[in-house]
Write a protein of this length. Structure first.
Length: 766
């Protein structure tokens, strides 16, 4: 059997070992392709967050995302206007990007209209110098020469808005498919903005049915009747059903030889020579589950398929297919994110046509994404999405993943080696769902997990393979969930109880025997004293927890952040209070940071700075003690894909910070890395520094607080600074702000932790 040929061409932007400080990189999936178009030079595929270009001559793959100039995330339609040579991308929020000759022009008019509850662009139809946006409220006509909205067409009076899903011209008339019938108007009518000039096609078998798309074949106009799951054809006088054998229709398209009909799991090609059907990209197999969303036949008559499961797929012969997917995560639906020793692990979701979700795992290592789903490992079939990861201390090829209903998974060499549920481990289920949320390993490679569906919400697996429930007081079964789990440097285990607070326990002796352990459940409270007044605040919606490099505990809540400066005192008698970090605004007033924000994620970088993800406002970066706001990223002032942050993971080695949002994954190269124990690994990048390089020079491999001085060969000082964690940054300018001249420069690194100074040579070329 000829197998599906998977062609992976990795993008230079994704594969470079180094990136510039302050650089954003969008790690969006190019697997879930929804639209495809043809330009003069390329085949273009659209996913929710990016465009994939396949060069027709050399088949080189390039991408455009928000980090390369697209104005938004959430692409919902794609089309090419051949006369002005403009590629048009429409978004779910009504935004529009016009791509022409290397430029991207944004047309945000629709996004600014506050009187429209839904601005989704479902389809774009081009004719001459005009583009017609089929929207949730009607049709918007765009003048592509003047780059402006020319007209808006509605198909009902007042608030009776119709969802326009497609538009086509046939026999001198416009036809519009809506959720409440098909409307027709004379193309020569100069007042199509008046809904009364549009006539509902009463001759349809069911005039008020929902219709989704149009296509042309043999002088007939075809439409998809979504309400009745059938194809209808109009000959100018009557509507008649065609091809009754085709069911579960999603979309129809015209081709040079007939129709392309996309259904749930099939592609039908109809024409004078007969009908053919594709249900697999592996000849002879129908169990693969293809999921076509769009298709076209190009100028050579070759078929290109936008598949939501397999990405952009090209048919090169009768039964030969090529999948073109650049290095990217397997999905933009992310459920977990964690930094491993050398890589980033993401839990992804595969959505099936029946609405069910299935777990996937994407791993980012050395600039390349590897994706694992049930198509690669049958043990992932029907597994619920991943909720957390934990890594083996002894074996780098082994790790654990928890799931939202399928128990605990053990991986070896990125394959499921074992699965544990209530049938073979100390885990519990409810109605067949075995939920495991938090995971953590200690220094002895013992695994701890939270199991909210179990008789006891905590459990462990010792390094020798023994599972045990941990029946601590207060951790028996409850309708209240359990969340994230961490093990601190002092070996205290901290469990998030979102509705209750925190649970802390410390193991003494055998992990299976809890009789000699310490444990305590606490509400999250802060205490603030000002003179004779003491303010006690209790917090709810506990969401995230992190230990910083000073062993302080930072807790995210529904109303800001609480810090425990002495977390080891949690088992002492009496109340256990934290504090709310306060902004240093120079006024001496108590102003708790982010007290109006719902915190969703906390991460600590190599410089002990705090990165906070929020539910509605993006990301905030604060100084070590939280007194100074260093930066704030949101979807308006940065390439951040969404203001809703799910998780944050930091690669301590590279300083790259990864943000999982509800729209996908994106990263930012920070100026801090983890501190080294000495200066033996210190180096400078780039070296040589050429005139074409734009960005900062980084000196990496340092200890925290290393004094860095840069001189020319004559000993003149051009820079002095201090490393943040293991990294120092220089803008290649001297103390007067002028870019340094060509020559050799000496970098003197003096660490407060070690006595020996490291000297590095840097060549600068103009």
């Amino acid at each position: 059997m000829k197998q599906l040929l998977i062609l992976l061409i990795f993008l230079p932007a994704l594969c470079s070992a180094q990136s510039r400080i302050g650089e954003w990189r969008a790690h969006v999936s190019f697997t879930h392709v929804t639209d495809v178009a043809e330009t003069g030079e390329s085949i273009v595929a659209a996913t929710a967050n990016g465009l994939l270009f396949v060069d027709k001559k050399g088949w080189q793959l390039t991408t455009k995302t928000k980090t390369e100039g697209l104005s938004d995330a959430g692409i919902s339609a794609l089309a090419y206007a051949s006369a002005p040579e403009i590629l048009i991308a429409g978004y779910q929020n009504g935004n529009v990007d016009l791509l022409q000759k290397g430029r991207i022009i944004n047309l945000p008019d629709l996004t600014r209209k506050n009187d429209l509850p839904d601005k989704t662009i479902y389809r774009i139809v081009c004719e001459g110098n005009f583009a017609y946006l089929c929207c949730a409220f009607g049709i918007v006509k765009i003048d592509l020469q003047r780059i402006e909205v020319a007209e808006t067409w509605y198909f009902g009076a007042g608030g009776d808005l119709k969802i326009a899903s497609d538009l086509t011209a046939f026999n001198g008339s416009w036809f519009v498919a809506t959720n409440k019938g098909i409307f027709k108007a004379d193309k020569q009518n100069t007042n199509l903005q008046d809904y009364r000039n549009w006539k509902l096609q009463s001759s349809l078998p069911q005039p008020d049915a929902g219709f989704s798309s149009f296509a042309h074949m043999d002088g007939l106009l075809f439409t998809s009747d979504t309400s009745n799951d059938r194809l209808l054809a109009w000959d100018g006088k009557n509507w008649q059903q065609q091809f009754p054998e085709i069911k579960k229709i999603k979309k129809i398209r015209s081709s040079a030889t007939g129709l392309v009909v996309l259904t749930q799991g099939e592609i039908w090609l109809t024409g004078k020579s007969g009908n053919s059907m594709i249900n697999s990209y592996l000849p002879g197999s129908s169990i693969e589950g293809i999921d076509p969303e769009d298709a076209l036949t190009d100028s050579k008559g070759e078929l290109w398929i936008a598949d939501y499961r397999f990405g952009l797929t090209h048919r090169t012969g009768i039964s030969s297919y090529i999948q073109l997917v650049p290095s990217s995560p397997g999905s933009d639906m992310l459920t977990a994110l964690k930094a491993g020793p050398e890589d980033i692990f993401a839990g992804t979701v595969t959505m099936h046509s029946d609405g069910s979700k299935e777990a996937g795992i994407s791993i980012y290592q050395a600039g390349i994404w590897q994706n694992f789903t049930s198509a690669d490992d049958t043990e992932l079939k029907s597994i619920q999405p991943v909720t957390s990861f934990a890594f083996s201390k002894d074996h780098p090829d082994e790790y654990w993943a928890s799931s939202a209903g399928s128990g605990l998974l053990f991986f070896r060499n990125n394959r499921v080696a074992a699965r544990f549920t209530g049938l073979n481990a100390a885990l519990g289920s409810i109605n067949g769902f075995c939920v495991v949320n938090g995971l953590a390993t200690d220094t002895k490679n013992n695994l701890f997990y939270t199991n909210p569906t179990g008789e006891f919400r905590l459990g462990s697996r010792s390094a020798n393979g023994n599972f045990a429930s941990l029946p601590y007081h207060g951790m028996s079964f409850s309708n209240n969930p359990t969340g994230e789990l961490i093990v601190s440097g002092s070996d205290i285990h901290w469990v998030i109880l979102p509705d209750e607070g925190l649970f802390a326990f410390k193991v003494h002796g055998s992990i299976e025997n809890i009789s000699d352990d310490q444990s305590r459940k606490i509400a999250v409270k802060s205490s603030f004293s000002h003179g004779s007044t003491t303010l006690i605040t209790e917090f709810s919606e506990i969401s995230s927890i992190a230990e910083d490099r000073n062993h302080e505990l930072w807790v995210g809540t529904g109303a800001g952040v609480v810090v425990y400066n002495n977390p080891e005192k949690v088992f002492d008698p009496g109340e256990f209070y934290g504090i709310q970090p306060s902004l240093n605004n120079g006024e001496g007033l108590f102003k708790p940071i982010l007290d109006k924000e719902k915190i969703t994620a906390i991460a600590v970088d190599g410089g002990n700075r705090k990165w906070f993800g929020t539910a509605h406002s993006g990301v905030f970066i604060f100084s070590e003690e939280g007194e100074d706001l260093l930066n704030h990223f949101d979807s308006k002032n940065s390439p951040l894909l969404s203001d809703k942050i799910i998780s944050i993971a930091i690669s301590q080695k590279s300083g790259e910070v990864f943000f999982a949002t509800d729209k996908g994954l994106i990263s930012f190269k920070s100026d801090a890395t983890a501190s080294e124990s000495d200066l033996s690994k210190a180096y400078v990048w780039p070296n040589p520094l050429r005139e074409t390089f734009e960005g900062d020079v980084t000196i990496d491999g340092l200890t925290d607080g290393t004094d860095v001085r840069i001189t020319d060969v004559s000993g003149n000082l051009v820079y002095r600074g201090t490393s943040i964690g293991g990294r120092a940054v220089w803008n290649a300018r001297n103390v007067n702000g002028v870019r340094v001249a060509t020559g050799v420069y000496l970098i003197f690194c003096s660490s407060p932790q070690v006595t020996k100074t490291k000297i590095i040579k840097l060549l600068v070329i103009h």
